[in-house]
Design a protein around this ligand. Structure first.
Ligand SMILES: NC(=O)c1ccc[n+]([C@@H]2O[C@H](COP(=O)([O-])OP(=O)(O)OC[C@H]3O[C@@H](n4cnc5c(N)ncnc54)[C@H](OP(=O)(O)O)[C@@H]3O)[C@@H](O)[C@H]2O)c1
Length: 220
């Protein structure tokens, strides 16, 4: 499958590593340009591209940049993607440590991914946001393994969500349908499922136990 990855940091880099290892055709972009991605390209066989090129022809695009940088992405960044493209959003809002105060989230009460998809102009599937980057490399397990982790996946586009869940299964993780993007507060930072290393039952339970109110440590 042709996959575009926007952001080549902790998460983008490790998804590039695993998805190329599975045989996918991965294009990867960062903010500084493809000439700075030589080492990752050499290691993985991924194609380094400018951010404007990353989505071209892609069936899945992963947006994995710090939340405050989402508005910096060029308009039309998803233009040229394959029809029915699934756009994965891995983002989290860290107002005090990184992102500053974002009014749409704080005042309008938007979920982090709803805010992101408004900027992107395209629906997103929220996945990997509570997964330690290193776990993407270290914790894949075959289907049915007793210690296989499950990841929550939220999104409004059921076909896109199914495509993303199938890819995550291929990567070595179970998934739990965490509802639509307006439900995705259940998997935001500091919720019980955030960073959880458990299987399906544990993830279902943690999603159900999420408190609706944004924790003080994650308010700007
Ligand atoms: N780290 C984790 O374990 C983890 C786990 C789950 C979710 N997340 C979330 O996933 C997101 C990414 O986290 P991360 O830790 O992977 O970030 P990171 O290591 O800081 O990497 C961010 C990447 O985004 C690129 N970038 C920034 N602005 C860009 C722009 N305008 N256009 C293109 N690329 C741009 C950066 O490019 P340069 O390299 O050129 O600066 C860098 O490659 C965050 O929202 C984070 O909260 C992180």
């Amino acid at each position: 499958m042709k996959i575009g990855i926007i952001g080549a940091g902790n998460i983008g880099g490790n998804l590039t590593r695993r998805l190329t290892a599975l045989g996918h055709d991965v294009s990867v972009a960062n903010s500084r340009g493809p000439h700075t991605l030589g080492a990752l390209a050499e290691e993985t066989g991924a194609t380094p591209v400018a951010v404007e090129e990353a989505a071209r022809g892609a069936e899945i695009v992963v947006v994995t940049v710090p939340l405050k940088r989402v508005p910096d992405l060029p308009s039309g960044v998803l233009d040229g993607a394959a029809e029915g493209v699934a756009v994965i959003d891995t983002g989290n809002y860290y107002p005090q440590q990184r992102d500053g105060r974002i009014a749409g989230i704080e005042d309008e009460g938007l979920t982090e991914s709803r805010w992101t998809e408004r900027h992107l102009g395209h629906p997103v599937i929220k996945a990997f946001n509570g997964t330690y980057a290193q776990d993407i490399l270290d914790r894949p397990r075959p289907a049915g393994a007793p210690d296989r982790m499950a990841l929550p996946v939220a999104g409004d586009d059921e076909a896109a969500k199914a495509k993303v869940r199938a890819l995550i299964d291929e990567l070595g993780f179970d998934t739990v349908d965490a509802g639509g993007i307006d439900d995705s507060w259940r998997q935001q930072p500091d919720t019980p499922v955030y960073g959880l290393r458990e299987g399906v039952d544990g993830v279902v339970k943690a999603l159900a136990e999420a408190p609706r109110e944004r924790p003080a440590a994650f308010r700007g």
